[in-house]
Write a protein that binds this ligand. Structure first.
Ligand code: GDP
Ligand code: IMO
Ligand code: MG
Length: 433
């Protein structure tokens, strides 16, 4: 199999960055296919820790080319800042290895303004808890055909005309939200000043990806966010605005679904969510605090404390279905060490009876489904040095078995710490037939 999609199976922050970095040891091309700088993918190599938001997580592999696909929305200042930081840290030939789709969309200052004003002005029960990076408004402009391809950076006069049109469309909204309408020059400034550096990076991402797939080299599609944040399949409206699921890799990278080899879902050993919206297995109290503090569950983009809860097996079954998961990688198993109690959600009770899959539209309101929890044996041993399943305590192995049995998807990797080597690899998805 020469292509693998890495997709978040929960509400994001599952550890996709770490897993992409591991598997790209053997990949020639890594393509991010959705989202923008709302993502924060953490890479820990030795003493170095780096969080990438737009640049694909394959960038630390010196021979890997990285592509920002056309399904993405790009904030030029964030992208240039990331390139500078990577270069400052001594990573070589970053710009030579980076291609930005000229059909990805620009995040403009007015997108960030509207995102921020909406969140500030929303009723408490309606705020999404976005990252305020302009993601929603940028995808809105794309869908209503007022968006701006990055390719427009090549034609500043056309860009100016299109920005003027978009600004007029946003004017009544900005006014109604009590904001100050930016001038045309203010709106254009970041894009115009980034032109000289970004135009040389622009390219046909679909063509590059297609060509690599045809040569049979290993191509990794890097998902951002997670299944339950997907605009179609997530806990709508408490979702992001892009196609985070594996199917999004086809449209977001510009290839046909037949070119996707394997799909690997990433899940934590428990669940987290940052931002508002339903979270049936959410914990309050000592166990929730344990997960937050031992797991360092604070947003890598916004620093917000993440909400924490038990592992939701029906949600993983749902993720397995909507993504077509071939395998699951589980991260942060080490964080469960020392918990006084350990539970997993194994089913949901609904007014129509017990169900094994997440009832995605019945998580709130009258007759909301309630999670059925099962207690499992705990352990106290440190797992961070384990490099094989045999080195794990029996209770931890039992936990993994319970997961595999309920989700009916095989595990391909178990992560026991943030570092590259704190990993138990069970199967290389590129080799799997
Ligand atoms: P992503 O958005 O899916 O790439 O995930 P994030 O980087 O936002 O969040 C995952 C966090 O967990 C990061 O701080 C990682 O360094 C860390 N992490 C990843 N795998 C493990 C693991 O197995 N154990 C522990 N303790 N931390 C991990
Ligand atoms: P990675 O790729 C976790 C959440 C936000 C909010 C909702 C909508 O690091 O896993 P947006 O700014 O996208 O309009 O916010 O989606 N969110 C994420 N949560 N990880 C992410 O990315 C996220 N990207 C967006 O917190 O609830
Ligand atoms: Mg993240």
């Amino acid at each position: 199999m020469s292509s693998v999609v890495i997709v978040g199976a929960q509400w994001g922050d599952e550890g996709k960055g770490k897993i992409v970095d591991i598997y790209t040891e053997f990949a020639e091309l890594v393509v991010r296919y959705a989202g923008g700088p709302n993502a924060g993918h953490t890479l820990v190599i030795g003493d170095e820790k780096l969080v990438v938001r737009l640049v694909p997580s394959g960038i630390l592999r010196p021979n890997t080319r990285c592509v920002l696909g056309q399904g993405m929305v790009v904030d030029v200042d964030v992208l240039l800042g990331e390139i500078d930081e990577l270069t400052r840290r001594g990573h070589t030939s970053v710009t030579e290895r980076l291609v930005v789709s000229d059909r990805a969309h620009l995040i403009m200052p007015y997108h960030i303004l509207v995102d921020t004003l909406r969140e500030a002005g929303a009723r408490a029960d309606q705020a999404i808890g976005t990252t305020k990076k302009g993601i929603g408004p940028a995808y809105e402009d794309k869908a209503r055909r007022l968006g701006l391809h990055l390719g427009l950076l090549r034609s500043p006069d056309v860009l100016r005309e299109k920005v003027a049109l978009a600004l007029e469309a946003w004017r009544p909204i900005i006014e109604a939200l009590g904001g100050e309408q930016p001038s045309l020059e203010e709106a254009l400034a970041p894009a115009l000043s980034a032109r000289d550096r970004l135009v040389p990076l622009l390219g046909d991402a679909s063509h590059i990806t297609h060509e690599a797939l045809t040569r049979g080299v290993r191509v990794m599609f890097e998902g951002a966010q997670g299944t339950l944040l997907d605009v179609d399949h997530g806990t709508y409206p408490f979702v992001t605005s892009s196609s985070a699921v594996a199917g999004g890799a086809a449209t977001g990278a510009g290839i046909g679904p037949s070119r996707i080899g394997k799909v690997v879902g990433i899940t934590k050993a428990y669940t987290t969510r940052v931002g508002a919206g339903p979270f049936p297995t959410e914990l309050e109290g000592a166990s929730g605090d344990h997960l937050r503090h031992v797991g360092a569950e604070f947003g890598s983009v916004t620093g917000r404390p993440r909400r924490t809860g038990w592992l939701d097996l029906p949600a993983l079954r749902y993720a397995a279905r909507v993504n077509g998961l071939d395998a699951l990688a589980i991260t942060k198993l080490d964080v469960l060490t020392g918990l006084p109690e350990l539970k997993v959600c194994v089913a949901y009770d609904t007014p129509d009876g017990r169900v094994a899959d997440l009832p995605i539209d019945r998580l709130t309101g009258p007759g909301a489904a309630t999670p059925v929890l099962e207690a499992l044996p705990t352990w106290t041993e440190d797992l961070s040095q384990a490099r094989s399943l045999a080195e794990l305590p029996e209770a931890a192995r039992g936990y993994l078995k319970r997961l595999e049995q309920a989700v009916e998807v095989p595990l391909c990797l178990v992560s026991v710490g943030p570092g590259r080597h704190q990993t138990i690899t069970l199967q290389d998805p590129f080799d799997a037939r």
